[in-house]
Design a protein around this ligand. Structure first.
Ligand code: NIG
Ligand code: FE
Length: 418
């Protein structure tokens, strides 16, 4: 089935080659004004300036196609949200109110709230219920322009709970039109009964969870929350190496609240991405920019929601790093899967240029989940995952008018999302 989109005011993110964008390269966002795009069987087949199409109007392919007029609209590749925890059982707005009253994130966690609260709720519901809740969130983010997403486990913290989460993610992968990657985050927190027995819980991860995950092919990546009060760098290393022995590559939560050596371990293990990075020393920045080829995934809505300083995006870009932006969609630190808001916040709070942000949320997001051959840019052969904007005067208008939904329609695999 062929579809032709005509009169696109600006076709954004057109790339002939796949390239992870680093440093200054992040500001280059190639676009075509007054463009057309042809979709065949859900894939981008051809694109260019309208004048090229007009000169070929006799081409039978164009005459028989389904035509969509995009006058006044910008078209962008769909967002690639490379870090989420969108499979969860319940919201946590009571803790939100506690935080407003002055209780800190770590304090809430120490009292059995936070991740442990989510784990309790998740272990209490069925796989089918969990699937339904997650399916709705996936539909919600698709309407907000996300076409590819990474989803983590980590709210089970028991063998059954973690496997339940991962089986839900596997089912989402099978049923959804979105491209999905799955990450095992059994090391998200120590369950209460293992607070004083870290080795016991790590043994459970290594000997009880990972072998089943491998047999059922439930995960693509392994993650650890490397932080004071959670998992130390040494513990993260043991868990990652065990995951790597089953072919799971590391993508890690590091330096969210403290710089305790998470970056160093991540680089030593050649992580695909290091995520959060709110707290970075000059040495950490030197390391991520010079001795590693992975992606720094920044999560500005999590920093915003927790009221901690934003990630030092400018310093990372100046140092030549590759940056991706993601929502961290989860009930505790970022209860929003809205990538447009992430982009606005990265511009407003982290001083990223609109072009840098859009590249980080599309092209580099795809690299952060190793889907760069499928999604992330307007490239022939990639999926026709497209955001059609409302009429807007310029690209910078998107983050500028933060909080306004400027997405008119979203297309995934060449079909409009309803
Ligand atoms: O990425 N920091 C670790 N995990 C999540 C928050 C989890 C939660 O509070 O439920 C995050 O911010
Ligand atoms: Fe996270």
């Amino acid at each position: 089935m062929t579809k032709l989109i005509t009169n696109i005011k600006q076709l954004v993110g057109v790339r002939q080659q796949n390239k992870l964008l680093r440093g200054k390269g992040l500001a280059e966002l190639p676009s075509i004004e007054n463009a057309y795009l042809i979709i065949e069987d859900g894939l981008i087949a051809e694109y260019g300036p309208m004048k090229n199409l007009e000169s070929e109007t006799s081409n039978a392919k164009h005459q028989t196609s389904n035509t969509i007029d995009a006058t006044d609209q910008f078209i962008l590749p769909c967002w690639c949200d490379s870090h989420t925890h969108l499979v969860f059982a319940a919201s946590r707005e009571e803790e939100f109110v506690d935080k407003i009253k002055g209780t800190g994130y770590a304090e809430i966690a120490a009292k059995g709230g936070g991740i442990l609260n989510s784990a309790k709720r998740l272990n209490d519901i069925s796989e089918a219920q969990l699937f339904d809740l997650s399916w709705k969130r996936l539909a919600e983010i698709a309407r907000l322009g996300t076409g590819a997403v990474e989803i983590k486990s980590g709210y089970g913290l028991t063998v059954e709970g973690e496997l339940k989460m991962l089986r839900v993610i596997k089912k989402l992968k099978e049923k959804s039109a979105l491209s999905i990657k799955s990450t095992f985050l059994g090391a998200h927190n120590y369950p209460i009964e293992y607070r004083e027995d870290h080795k016991g819980y790590i043994d459970l991860i290594v000997n009880e969870m990972l072998p089943v995950i491998a047999v059922e092919k439930l995960a693509d990546y392994i993650d650890v929350f490397c932080e004071n009060g959670f998992f130390s760098p040494a513990e993260a290393e043991i868990i990652c190496r065990a995951g790597m022995s089953y072919g799971l590559k590391p993508k890690l939560h590091v330096n969210q609240l403290n710089s305790i050596g998470g970056v160093q371990i991540g680089i030593e293990l050649n992580a695909v991405s290091l995520d959060h990075l709110e707290v970075l020393t000059d040495d950490d920045i030197k390391l991520v920019s010079s001795s590693w080829s992975g992606v720094c995934t920044l999560l500005p809505t999590a920093a915003f929601f927790l009221g901690v300083p934003f990630q030092p995006a400018k310093k990372l870009i100046e140092a030549g790093c590759a940056i991706a932006l993601a929502t961290d969609y989860n009930p505790g630190s970022s209860p929003s899967g809205n990538m447009s808001l992430v982009i606005a916040m990265s511009c407003i709070g982290m001083k990223m240029l609109p072009e840098e942000s859009i590249n980080a949320a599309t092209n580099n997001g795809a690299w952060a989940i190793e889907l760069q051959h499928e999604v992330g840019s307007i490239t022939v052969g990639k999926k026709a995952n497209l955001i059609f904007t409302q009429p807007i005067p310029s690209l910078a208008y998107l983050p500028y008018s933060f909080g306004t939904n400027l997405i008119d329609r979203v297309m995934i695999n060449g079909e409009f999302v309803s």
